[in-house]
Design a protein around this ligand. Structure first.
Ligand SMILES: [Mn+2]
Length: 307
């Protein structure tokens, strides 16, 4: 059976494209590897796949016991495909905080860069593996997505250099393509409040509290904020039905680099402590905040430790 390369649930562009990119690298090195996904393809990712004429990875509900799996763009089991606990984990390539206990030794490559695709791209080059034009385009798309076209504080020089090199291989104008791709994914279109509340969501544990943190990046936050009351109901339902103490939705303004953080659940003190603002309502404006990984999750983790 082929080895599976797979990103996290609710896959973003990095999780889809790094899975395809790493599967391509393994295949080029003679391994039998295939990219998979465990969630729907977002509008932004679909734009990239269509642009470079690549089919989405195969959808799988769960992995079988003993299945050989590489995890990309995540390392926490609650975010991973169902069945991961009994899979034969082969390796992890990631750029998130690590929360990891492995049953056996394995290949782990993690770097504090803005995108898993940056790591995957450089693995190709370090190993002298030629990269197909389409693969370069998809890996570039992932970097643009994760770094919000280099605006996110998670973005490093390595991401920028890698993206420039990928754009050359893919034959696209980096900025023009980047803006088009972000725009394609940014509108809420016909999404329901429940879909928005779950967009790009990831579960986390902060101290003894279970939280789900979603993010929707938009050009016009007013479009989302007009649905605020319905969103709050959807978030509250998600807490009730899925057992979360807190539901957070980051409505991120790509152009102005800020986030309106909607919140439902308890303890609100956790939010007040984490962001140094009153948390007696249901929304907090956070100027300069665009990154869940760097500007939301660490602050909540730290505040929970002191609560
Ligand atoms: Mn990523």
């Amino acid at each position: 059976m082929s080895k599976i390369v797979i990103g996290h649930k609710n896959p973003d562009t990095d999780s889809i494209c790094s899975a395809l990119g790493y599967a391509a690298l393994l295949s080029a090195k003679g391994e039998d590897a295939v990219a998979c996904r465990c969630g729907e393809v977002s509008k932004e990712t679909q734009y990239a796949l269509d642009y470079f004429k690549v089919a989405a990875p195969k959808f799988i509900e769960k992995v079988e016991e003993g299945q050989e799996v590489f995890m990309v763009d995540h390392n926490e089991f609650p975010q991973a495909v169902d069945g991961i606990e009994s899979a034969a984990l082969q390796g992890i390539i990631d750029h998130h905080k690590m929360d990891l206990h492995t049953a056996s030794p394995m290949f782990i490559h993690t770097e504090a860069v803005g995108c898993t695709a940056t790591i995957v791209s450089n693995m190709h080059w370090c190993q002298g593996v030629e990269m197909a034009k389409e693969t370069a385009g998809l890996l570039l798309s992932a970097i643009i997505s994760d770094t919000l076209l280099f605006k996110s504080p998670t973005c490093t020089e390595k991401d920028k250099k890698t993206a420039a090199k990928l754009a050359e291989i893919a034959g696209v104008d980096l900025n023009a393509y980047g803006m088009e791709m972000l725009k394609a994914g940014a509108g809420v279109g016909d999404m329901t409040p429940a879909e928005i509340a779950k967009n790009d969501s990831k579960p986390f544990t902060f101290g003894k509290y279970k939280a789900i943190v979603s993010q929707i990046s938009v050009m016009d936050p007013a479009e989302v904020m007009a649905l605020k009351d319905l969103l709050l109901v959807a978030m509250s339902n998600m807490c009730k039905h899925e057992g979360y103490d807190l539901s957070l939705v980051m409505v991120t303004d790509i152009m102005n680099e800020s986030t309106d953080l909607l919140y439902v659940g308890e303890p609100k003190q956790l939010l007040a402590d984490a962001f140094g603002k009153a948390a007696d309502g249901d929304c907090m404006h956070l100027p300069g905040v665009v990154s869940r990984k760097k500007q939301i999750v660490p602050q909540l983790t730290e505040a929970a430790a002191k609560l």
